[in-house]
Ligand binder design. Structure first.
Ligand SMILES: [Zn+2]
Length: 341
């Protein structure tokens, strides 16, 4: 039987975006209230996360080393302007020069061994005015939905360029929170930004989750085989509020949370459902849901998930970085279409 791809996505590093977004929106006089699903469900106690507003470099070093040992691959976000605190290729408030250099070294040398890196557009908190470098009193994702293709392209290109200046080629884009605009326009902006900064015609973005269907496929949003240009929308098969959100304040039972993906006996869970249709196992977590306000309960639960996968599923899956997975999707489609490259 053909193995199916497995891809693990880590959103939001290096800061606790959930905390900083609420702090900054409150400071801007527009607190994210209970209308917002995540605030209502998980973030009413957001102030308790002040101590983990910035996730320590050592945690990412440990995560990267563990992924190499276990063979876990996928994608890790590196925000170009984390929480609007400054650009990675310049200065970021909360990091000494030495700490910022260390962070970049870890992402360049350790994280990239098993993960592709993407920006999760500039701040993941408030939108940034590119001309003045001032934060706007509006969340970045809401602002994005109102922009035309050219402005959105410039915004994405800025994220890619900052990472490039820091020595990292980001092969795609991650969308912070959600995008409520037109995805045709969005896909064209991703492609234009990648072509401009990295000269890449084959790229991807991560925005969608589908926790309902037993078969979850990523989608090719744009394609021009003649020019070798493709944009793939990578779809996570976890629910958007992945299970480790329950560990956000340091609580939660790692063994029980792991059951969402695969039970202790390997017989049930989301991954088992997906494998029943030979669906790829694409799943995601967040820097802050793995760090768990310092208790690392989310990371412990992830380790349990991987132990169970190694025990029961290792002959069924093949780990891929997200860029490899995007390419796999393109090849699969060509196979179906009977095209040859
Ligand atoms: Zn995010």
């Amino acid at each position: 039987m053909e193995r199916v791809p497995a891809v693990f996505i880590i959103d939001d590093p290096p800061v606790n975006s959930a905390y900083l977004m609420r702090k900054q929106m409150e400071a801007a006089g527009k607190p994210l209230g209970e209308k917002d699903f995540f605030t209502r469900t998980y973030l009413l106690r957001w102030r308790e996360m002040e101590k983990s507003a910035i996730i320590p470099n050592a945690f990412f070093k440990k995560l990267a080393g563990w992924a190499v040992t276990e063979g876990v691959k996928g994608k890790c976000t590196l925000l170009a302007c984390p929480g609007g605190l400054g650009f990675l290729d310049d200065k970021v408030a909360g990091y000494s020069g030495e700490q910022l250099k260390e962070l970049l070294d870890i992402f360049r040398n350790d994280i990239t061994r098993n993960f592709d890196i993407t920006p999760e557009i500039l701040t993941h908190t408030l939108a940034l005015a590119l001309k003045t470098n001032q934060l706007l009193p509006q969340t970045e994702h809401e602002w994005m939905a109102l922009q035309n293709e050219e402005t959105l392209t410039d915004y994405m290109a800025k994220g890619l360029q900052v990472l490039k200046n820091a020595g990292i080629t980001a092969t795609g884009i991650t969308q912070p929170c959600n995008y409520r605009g037109d995805f045709g326009l969005y896909s064209r902006a991703v492609l234009a930004a990648e072509k401009r900064v990295n000269k890449l015609g084959e790229t991807y973005y991560f925005h969608d989750c589908n926790s309902e269907d037993k078969k979850v496929s990523s989608k090719i949003m744009l394609q021009d085989p003649e020019k070798n240009e493709y944009v793939v929308s990578i779809v996570s098969a976890s629910r958007a509020d992945e299970p480790f959100w329950y560990t956000l304040y340091g609580e939660g039972d790692p063994e029980k949370l792991a059951d969402y993906y695969i039970s202790k006996d390997g017989k049930s869970g989301r991954f088992i459902d997906l494998l029943s249709t030979n669906s790829p196992l694409v799943f995601h977590a967040h820097g802050q849901t793995l760090y768990s306000n310092g208790s690392e309960k989310g990371f412990l639960s992830l380790q349990e998930v991987i132990r169970r996968m190694n025990k029961y599923l290792s002959s069924r899956i093949i780990w891929m970085k997200i860029g490899e997975f995007a390419a796999w999707n393109i090849r699969q489609q060509e196979k179906y279409a009977g095209l040859k490259r």
